[in-house]
Design a protein around this ligand. Structure first.
Ligand SMILES: [Zn+2]
Length: 372
């Protein structure tokens, strides 16, 4: 029997990418992320749309007719759902990371954004469910709502992780949950405004199928209360928070919040530059200076271009920038001036994928080749 998983995965990924690239909802949300005006409300919309598009791409390609014995075998499900759902996780956490970074910055909180871990259990749950039926069409519904719910939960997890971390660092995060439409009695009961560290119910981050309620967290500036001494102090003392964090605050497990942040960042941000090679549309979420800062922040050595008109010219003086990644990969930015490619552009080259150029919206620039 031929292994159909690789070709199915390919068509699903292709459909996903086409719909994602064409989505006006995604483009306008990316514009807000880029401007620094996006909040978790926008991140939630982004998650719903990304979940919607993946559900659609899965539905377009999967049915009893195309599967061996009309069944979604576990080993096929695993190879389709793990990469596609992880891709949604990558896209959504890129947005939540930028939203939280901007929120922290505007509230003058000197704490880095935390990226929540990928929830493998939820992916496994979907894989188990979908491979449990003898006829795929009996469980096809799994493709729709749970995929969207999974996508939204990534935003909820980001809020929870960041708010909890801020609370442990001495801030008093305020979480606001609002009902969308009429939703249901459970949602109406849990809607409200909650302040750490005292009265935040765990359920505030939970949502049932089809729930589109919003959870929002906007960190506040101003006086904050030290949870240990109950003394008020100004946020300019945030350096001391850092010191206290390094001393260690007790948690349920042995990991300190600082270690946890470090681990989560390491787990998720290795390969930050690589993400643009596989998801060039993510470029539109950044202004060039923002991307440069993000790359530097994640430990890449950002250098001026080493050839052409802008050889050795610093970005701050109108030049471009470049980083090396993953062995043979290069990501570079060329400014608008003296461009031979119709404006400012990014060039990404990898041994595996070859050379591609993109405009600042992440659209590939297709060169007209001179005939030889
Ligand atoms: Zn709801």
């Amino acid at each position: 029997m031929t292994d159909i998983a690789p070709s199915l995965l390919k068509s699903i990924q292709k459909d996903f990418q086409t719909m994602f690239d064409k989505s006006d909802v995604i483009s306008s949300l990316y514009a807000k992320v880029r401007d620094g005006t996006a909040t978790y409300v926008e991140a939630n919309k982004f998650a719903i749309e990304t979940g919607d598009i993946l559900a659609q791409a899965l539905k377009n390609n999967l049915s009893s007719d195309v599967l061996p014995d009309g069944k979604m075998y576990y080993n096929i499900a695993e190879r389709i759902f793990t990469p596609t759902m992880t891709n949604n996780y990558d896209l959504i956490t890129d947005v939540t990371n930028q939203v939280q970074t901007a929120l922290n910055k505007s509230a003058n909180i000197g704490i880095k954004a935390i990226i929540p871990e990928l929830n493998q259990d939820r992916i496994l749950g979907i894989i188990n469910k979908i491979s449990s039926a003898s006829d795929f069409n009996d469980v096809a519904w799994v493709l729709d709502e749970p995929i969207k719910n999974f996508s939204q939960s990534i935003v909820d997890d980001s809020i929870r992780e960041n708010a909890e971390f801020h609370a442990k660092s001495g801030l008093q995060p305020v979480i606001v949950r609002k009902v969308a439409g009429d939703c249901c009695d459970w949602c109406k009961a849990i809607a409200g405004t909650y302040t750490y560290p005292n009265n935040v119910p765990h359920d505030v981050y939970r949502r049932h199928q089809r729930c589109r309620c919003t959870v929002d967290y906007v960190p506040r500036n101003g006086k904050i209360q030290n949870v240990h001494t109950k003394k008020w102090r100004s946020e300019s003392e945030s350096d001391k928070i850092e010191t206290r964090k390094s001393v260690g605050i007790e948690t349920k497990n042995s990991e300190t919040p600082q270690e946890k942040e470090k681990r989560i960042k390491q787990e998720n941000e290795l390969g930050f530059a690589e993400k643009f090679a596989t998801h060039p549309k993510m470029l539109q979420a950044y202004k060039p200076q923002g991307l440069k800062a993000a790359l530097a922040n994640k430990g890449y050595e950002v250098k001026p271009l080493n050839s052409g008109n802008f050889k050795g010219v610093a970005f701050e003086e109108g030049g471009g920038f470049k980083v090396n990644f993953g062995g043979d990969g290069i990501l570079m930015y060329h400014p608008e001036s003296r461009s031979h490619h119709g404006g400012a552009y990014y060039k990404i080259s990898t041994g595996k994928g070859g050379i591609h150029r993109y405009d600042t919206n992440g659209n590939e620039i297709i060169e007209k080749r001179d005939t030889q």
